[in-house]
Design a protein around this ligand. Sequence first.
Ligand code: ARG
Ligand code: ZN
Length: 878
Amino acid sequence: MRTSQPRTIYLKDYKVPPYLVDHVDLRFELFEEGTRVYNSMEIRRNPDADPGQPLELDGEGLELEGLTVNGLPLAPSDFEVTSGGLRIEKVSDAFTLGVVTWILPQDNTRLEGLYKSSGMFCTQCEAEGFRWITYFPDRPDIMARFRTRVEADKARYPILLSNGNDVDRGDLEDGRHFVTWEDPFPKPCYLFALVAGDLVEKRDRFKTQSGRDIDLRMYVEPRNAAKCDHALDSLKRAMRWDEQIYGREYDLDIFMIVAVDDFNMGAMENKGLNIFNSSCVLASADTATDAAFQRIEAIVAHEYFHNWSGNRVTCRDWFQLSLKEGFTVFRDSQFSSDMGSPTVKRIEDATLLRTAQFAEDSGPMAHPVRPDSYIEISNFYTLTVYEKGAEVVRMIHTLLGEADFRKGSDLYFERHDGQAVTTDDFVKAMEDASGRDLSQFRLWYQQAGTPVVDVTDHYDEQARTYTLTLSQHVPPTPGQSEKQPQHIPFAVGLIGERGADLPLKLEAGASDAPRNRVLELTGAEQTFVFHDVAERPVPSLLRGFSAPVKVRYPWSRDQLLFLMSHDSDGFNRWDAGQRLAVDVIQSMLGQPQEQTVDPRLVTAFRQLLSDTDLDLALVAKMLHLPSEAYLIELSDVADVQAIHSARTRVLNQLALELQDELLACYLRNREDGDYEPTPEAIARRSLKNTALGWLLHINEEEARLMALKQFESATNMTDQAGALRSLVNSDFEADRSKALDAFYERFSDDPQVVEQWFSIQAGSPRAGTLPAVEALLEHPAFDWKNPNKIRSVIGAFAGQNLANFHAEDCSGYRFLARHILALDSTNPQIAARLVAPLTRWRNYGEVYREGMRAALEQIQARPDLSKDVYEVVHKSLK
Ligand code: ARG
Ligand code: ZN
């Protein structure tokens, strides 16, 4: 057990800061044996705070070398170094505080604050990393202007970067040099960044809508020089899009992007100096898959969009994290949708939400989009805050409509520019600009849990009316047993016998009725009557996934088949296919091997594979059977092995019955020509590789030869990795190891590709993968200090390889617990993230449940766990 209980922070305890910092002057002396940080802060009393409070600064892992007030050293009796910081009892109303600290970036394995990653210095300060650099009031409502001078050895670190504009540079003694940076925009310290290294610079330009020239600079290690184009192109598209759609123009003269290999998250929006995980920014056709190209475009845009939604207007406190993250994820998803296929993007977002966020929302870590409390804020960079938060903003967009939403966003940026505000301020701006009352809607920020909407219907032939009755409830979550009904935009259509959308008249006789309507569900139960309905329709419910809710309606399989081929809403076409497949798989749970698949599912898939008029991108998505993770999320008590076996049997039978169609589909979509990550080409590659995977699944000899050929002649990583994955997941033992060796040999000097090589193996559902996964941890390319490697082996195994992770002998759980404990002392953020697969133990069958609980208890028993792991484990067992 942990010796002392870590403190819980509550939103209700928020108080304005007693002191403000107007200006920060930093000087970094970077050495191999440590870094000296000189920090001079102009501080004044906050007129809005209670007077007479002491000055308290945060600080962790710092060696204090000097402390002055207005240039005079402070006597040891005048201040106190506490466990988490520094306290000065008596200060005047305005003064300059000087702090000198000595830190050890080279030993920093937590990857927060200042650390070294393959020979370069870099920082990660969000959420509370700045306190590992110097003493400072480390909270986002302190916004200061920063001036930063970086000094280092010139040969080792020719590039020295920080936020803003470079205003001075020069040489120093002993082969050292310096660059001084000044950021004119006040910012919270979590947006501070510093980079020093031997990097190559890729330059580009962007002319803003008002005609200003922006210098775009991307910094990478020399070996990555050829992997920058896609990120820079994505950046320019994002900059243009933000001007066109939101009227937001970039505000500094320079915009910099840096790639680093060791990074806890995807990327960070530091003002003017975005720092990226290499895997989220570097790409070339022969090393990055289509998925990586798309991820990079989205993340580059996401970080860029933060310049307004996050930096110019930031969060008052970390409970408001979704203010910037929910809004920015919504913005990047609109952007991706505009750049590619809107239906596919919606399917991808909804899949992530329904699989992973719904699971989080019904587990022990469930929390509102705006949480009420936390122990460690790093644990709240969650799917709920990000993805559900984005859905909440999307619903505001749906309720207000495009034009009023834009007015609301303009008002928000204008009203709060330069401020640190709350999610409530955001909603208020939307209300004020549109005149709409969003008071009930605010519950989306306050109540945790996924609302369930039950739908019943009635068709009255005589009266020609069709009645939909919607009722909602939000299940209880930790700390919230009673919930109120929420404001749910529920988009519907009614489909007539011949497959056309019927007019939706909420009043009899109305003319020009729309065929798509957003019903607003606000009560616990509400009835909507449609008039002049000539025939019994099939309802198309929650079109476009208009709200992050679960819909229950007793569709028959025939109705789902009908929707699959007739719904004018692409998302719901896909969804009908998913529901049908879920129904078929669930009906086969625990059934004997010989149980055959409903022939209607086979027919539906045959049609998808053969109909060449269909939207390829949609077909590619529709061919993906619901994942095991989703099937687990849907079960009250999950029997993972039964789910895996039923799903595998369905896949096998479909593949056996559809061999000819799969083969034809593969051949039809095999394209030559230059690699392009366009939606059509991506869809074609996806279809082709799905077909190949299915064919190998049933040990098709012809498919084996096709896979080998594709593996040998592929000109892009999507096809290369697609062939490798198919072989690795197949029973062709000899081909599998040959292909793995050849792949490694060719790409061993490219970390991003090696990570794919790891995750293809760790994620392979073939029986008994665990020993192979343990062997990967011994591989020379594996590195316990590198989060991407940990994610690509341990993360891929526990998060995607569910049949092996949930082995009935519980070996997967023990494996995970052991490595969480080992990682907790080096990188607590990464360790805590790895606990997630164990947290929902109560939703599993007994063997699993007990094994997962035992693993959690084993972790909990360790004394002095980090706050990060402590919080997740403790809440899971509560
Ligand atoms: N703000 C970053 C983003 O979403 C993520 C930073 C997360 N950092 C952390 N320590 N959890 O773009
Ligand atoms: Zn973000």
